[in-house]
Ligand binder design. Structure first.
Ligand SMILES: [Ca+2]
Length: 329
């Protein structure tokens, strides 16, 4: 007797036919495209970055689901091949859909997808009884190692990014002290690659930790720090940090604090002030009333503070020390 005709309803669900597979694939594609077009405008930059790290893990799950469905159809190797092709194709369609949307299409994303798909399929293959019966210990071990490497590569960014987000909120009211390696994830966007944490000088006023940020400029208007701070500042009244010239000259710095526009067609509020730093370290304090004064057509949004930028005005070379960015009640 034909096993298919005697299949129970549950069996049929577990062994879907061609039409059901097509319907499931269409549904999966819809979910994947929707996830790619999801762009919450008032999220902080780091939170947006965090959801982007789900590219690899998302496609690992997609590939795992695809291959589990296809494996019930029969041919073992073809199931893996078709699952890989279907998942890659879904990724390409999702990237193309982004061309019309707010987010950018990205070839790097396709590479991350591919590694994620490899991780998902590898995981399925390692535990696949048909493959385990067919291949020897050597190939299974090799597959296991490759799968473990792909899984680490796939989940690494999500884990470190989640840790940075968690540590950043746990560190409040400190915004950046430069003493923790996770903080580098908050200011890595600085366009001057010359900023680096160093051991604090002997006479430094902040003694809660031993590290300050040393930053150099080589030309005009160099950005020393491009900080993506914890965004919700509503419980505080003052923003402050410690700064000093790291050479014998005084330097004029520009401090900018931007909020996030509530929608892409609205402009952000940009607070900007200039300060002079000398070799003697000083705490620069900026009350929120001053920042609120920069608001144009809407109030400054202290719930969604986006970026703090410290840059240098003027020409020529200059080095500064920055430390202990914090909020105060
Ligand atoms: Ca410090």
């Amino acid at each position: 007797m034909n096993a298919r005709t005697s299949a129970t309803g549950a069996d049929r669900l577990l062994r879907p036919g061609g039409l059901q597979l097509l319907a499931l694939a269409a549904l999966a594609l819809l979910v994947i495209v929707a996830a790619h077009l999801f762009e919450p405008h008032d999220w902080s930059r780091n939170a947006k970055g965090f959801i982007r790290t789900f590219h690899g893990p998302g496609f690992a799950v997609v590939a795992l689901v695809f291959v589990s469905l296809l494996r019930r159809q029969g041919n073992v190797r073809l199931s893996y091949l078709y699952a890989a092709l279907a998942a890659m194709l879904a990724g390409v369609v999702a990237e193309l859909a982004q061309l019309a949307g707010a987010r950018d299409a990205d070839f790097g994303d396709l590479l991350r997808n591919a590694i994620g798909i490899g991780a998902g399929l590898g995981l399925a293959a390692v535990f696949d009884p048909a493959l385990r019966a067919r291949h020897g210990r050597f190939w299974l071990t090799l597959l296991g190692i490759a799968t473990a490497a792909a899984l680490v590569a796939t989940f690494w960014n999500s884990v470190t990014s989640a840790h940075t987000l968690w540590a950043r909120s746990a560190a409040l009211p400190k915004l950046a002290t430069f003493a923790n390696s996770w903080e580098s994830g908050l200011y890595e966007e600085a366009d001057e690659p010359t900023a680096r944490p160093i051991v604090r000088p002997a006479d430094w006023p902040v003694t809660t930790d031993d590290i300050v940020l040393w930053a150099a400029s080589t030309g005009r208007w160099s950005t020393f720090l491009h900080l993506r701070p914890y965004p919700d500042w509503r419980a505080y009244r003052t923003f402050s940090f410690v700064a000093a010239s790291a050479d014998k000259d005084a330097h004029e710095l520009s401090v900018e604090i931007w909020d996030t526009p509530p929608s892409p067609d609205q402009r952000r509020n940009r607070f900007s002030t200039n300060i002079v730093v000398t070799p003697t370290p000083e705490r620069i304090t900026i009350p929120f009333e001053q920042i609120a004064g920069a608001a144009s057509e809407r109030a400054f949004d202290f719930e969604h503070v986006d970026i703090v930028i410290v840059s240098r005005r003027g020409e020529g070379r200059g080095t500064v020390l920055l430390d202990d960015f914090q909020l105060e009640p």
